[in-house]
Design a protein around this ligand. Structure first.
Ligand code: ADP
Ligand code: MG
Length: 223
């Protein structure tokens, strides 16, 4: 059984009288430990697709199974709990807490979601900081770090809860070329190391090349 199964999924947004079909009858399956990208121009439905798989929103039609659970029928509360237990997120604008150090940013989901005791937290955080090669920057605040370093902290934060799936919507959009390649390769190394499935979006041709599987979206359809 695939980790992610998408069956006949459509998503329509309604704003007043205007309807936008952001996703149009999508079918696909993503296996465990895959490194997958959704590519396409602005407005093609990448964010909508990632929001469906990441259980941030639900489809208007169709079925989504993640880890054998049918998530499209979940209410908001169930989706939030499911995300907390199984899905990590990496954002375009890093979304680190500015008043927390790198270490404390990574600690946050362990306290909020996993409720891990102090000693266990410390072990997990130091381990993952080492994996993303940021151990020597652990006491720095986000504004003392470069964009690439911030995204490495964000990758560590997404992974520290040991999720099955990590979602990253345009994770390199705010990075220069060199940092972008480094960040995407770090994600792939982490995929190899932890067998976590990574699903990201990009419209950068150089970043697309790093993916193992690519889905092209055009006007909400796979092409
Ligand atoms: P991408 O991430 O590829 O730029 P999106 O998934 O953000 O594409 O958007 C796909 C389409 O859905 C676009 O036409 C966009 O304007 C529309 N859309 C996205 N989110 C909303 C929303 N919350 N309300 C109304 N329309 C939306
Ligand atoms: Mg987008």
């Amino acid at each position: 059984m695939a980790l992610v199964q998408i069956e006949n999924v459509s998503k329509t947004y309604k704003t007043g009288d205007i309807e936008v079909k952001a996703l149009n009858d999508i079918n696909l399956a993503i296996e465990k430990s895959a490194f997958v990208s959704f590519v396409g121009p602005s407005g093609s439905g990448k964010t909508t697709m990632l929001n469906m798989i990441g259980c941030l929103d639900k489809p208007t039609k169709g079925k989504i199974l993640i880890d054998d659970k049918q998530v499209d029928i979940f209410n908001r509360q169930k989706r939030a709990a499911f995300r907390g237990q199984r899905i990590g997120f990496i954002f375009q604008s890093f979304n680190l807490f500015p008043v927390l150090t790198a270490y404390e940013n990574i600690e946050y989901p362990l306290v909020m979601i996993k409720n891990e005791p102090l000693e266990k937290r410390k072990e997990l955080i130091l381990d993952i900081l080492d994996s993303v090669n940021m151990l020597n920057q652990k006491d720095k605040f986000p504004d003392q770090l470069s964009g690439g370093q911030k995204q490495r902290v964000a990758i560590a934060r997404a992974l520290v809860t040991q999720p099955k799936l990590v979602m990253a919507d345009e994770p390199t959009a705010n990075l220069d070329k060199e940092s972008s390649i480094n960040v995407i390769r770090l994600m792939r190394d982490m995929k190899d190391k932890f067998s976590t499935t990574f699903i990201f979006s990009t419209h950068d041709p150089q970043i697309m090349e790093e993916a193992e599987i690519t889905y092209n979206l055009v006007d909400g359809k796979l092409s």
